[in-house]
Write a protein that binds this ligand. Structure first.
Ligand code: FEO
Length: 406
């Protein structure tokens, strides 16, 4: 681990003192192909304040960056905006070193920090809207419950117009340059979208309410300092609009086909369905699970309004890779999807019904009962698959027309 590093000044009196994780490729099941950062911030107010900490193995890097500005023992306050371990893991050790006057978290944060780290008795809970005086500056707390944990909150530093947004607006992206405009926009958009799909999609309705509520507060915001990836400086409006778009998940003419195959029968069906989608004028992506990651499927679902899933029957069940991805995306609760299933089988053929059950559990609107083919699809079967693709495409187009007319 890296135990050296200097703070980066991000405004007159605020420093980034986080850690860059160039190595990680897995974040509890989410493939982090470009690493990540664990951001923490040091506010050099009369009351010196640390906002969030880092994942435990990166504590040395955090301390080194803090020490380049101030002796860590001079920190007065610590704020825990989010209790998940990548931001609180080393909080007990940091508290032992710093011996802060107070550590603040939301009321739920206090409970979670007790359950996880047994430090609840040392936490001062704060309320939604509460103002904390740092002497010459002020920090206001804004609860963001279930975005994405029950404890989550924002902190707003009025004098420097910084919104410390914890996971929100973040992304898993290891960077050498800290600001959004020092990085490539397309990469930021891609990784933000992936982050939203895999972490925030289940809470889309709450996000719309939060965006409205924060908008009504009319806070002047110069920086959105997230807990992962770059700090937003030049594209704040753009990322907020993208969050609204992703949260609403309005119908678009795009579908994703997700399948796995044993002897290429289900693969042939998937490709024929793709041809039908193409004929209906709907964009699509086919993701074979033998070479696709569940977190990329989640991202494609966020981009799409139809999901078509296919699996062979293996020992009376759907293929393990389909069980994995469908369990994962069911938990992400995508909105406003249409869909269909297809399967191949040899003798028992339970997978089609199981796939349909999975889609129904996701509240996907099925266009029909799906297609099941014994052993290898014949030409007529492939034609039926193309017809299924066309049906999904026309159903989707109908929904879009209805929405636009409604
Ligand atoms: Fe980055 Fe929810 O932790």
């Amino acid at each position: 681990m890296n135990n050296v590093g200097k703070a980066v000044k991000i405004s007159d009196n605020v420093y980034w003192v986080g850690a860059v994780d160039w190595t990680t490729r897995d974040f509890h099941g989410y493939q982090t192909s470009r690493g990540t950062t664990y951001n923490a911030y040091l506010i050099m107010a009369d009351k010196i304040t640390l906002v969030d900490t880092v994942k435990t193995p990166f504590m040395g890097e955090l301390l080194s960056r803090i020490s380049s500005v101030v002796d860590p023992s001079r920190i007065d306050y610590i704020v825990s905006n989010h209790a998940e371990m990548d931001h609180s893991g080393c909080l007990p050790q940091i508290m032992d070193i710093v011996k802060p006057e107070k550590v603040f978290a939301s009321a739920m944060g206090q409970k979670i920090l007790e359950s996880q780290l047994r430090i609840g008795s040392k936490i001062t809970p704060v309320m939604n809207g509460e103002n904390l005086s740092l002497g010459n500056m002020n920090l206001t707390f804004i609860e963001t419950k279930m975005l994405h944990w029950p404890d989550s909150m924002f902190s707003y530093l009025k004098e420097e117009q910084i919104l410390f947004s914890q996971d929100a607006f973040g992304m898993h992206l290891a960077v050498d340059r800290l600001f959004d405009d020092e990085n490539v926009w397309d990469v930021l958009e891609e990784e933000s979208e992936k982050y939203f799909a895999n972490i925030l999609m289940p809470y889309s309705n709450l996000i719309i309410k939060l965006l409205d509520a924060v908008g009504e507060m009319k806070l002047p915001i110069k920086l959105v300092a997230t807990d992962h990836g770059p700090i937003w400086r030049s594209n704040i409006g753009k990322i907020i609009e993208l969050y609204r778009k992703w949260s609403e998940h309005k119908p678009v003419p795009r579908a994703v086909v997700v399948y796995d195959t044993m002897w290429n029968s289900t693969a042939s069906m998937a490709n024929a369905i793709g041809e039908g989608l193409r004929e209906s004028g709907v964009d699509f992506k086919i993701l074979p699970m033998s070479v696709s990651h569940r977190s990329d499927v989640a991202t494609e679902i966020l981009k799409s309004s139809a999901i078509i899933v296919g699996s062979p029957t293996l020992n009376n069940n759907i293929f393990p890779t389909l069980a994995d991805v469908l369990t994962y995306v069911k938990g992400l609760r995508p909105l406003n999807m249409v869909g269909a299933s297809f399967s191949s089988y040899g003798w028992s053929g339970e997978s089609l019904g199981q796939l349909n059950d999975c889609l129904k559990a996701m509240n996907v609107e099925l266009v029909n009962d799906g297609i099941r083919v014994k052993y290898v699809p014949a030409d007529a079967d492939l034609n039926a698959c193309m017809e299924l693709g066309r049906l999904v495409g026309t159903t989707l187009r109908g929904k879009i027309i209805n929405l636009n007319n409604g």
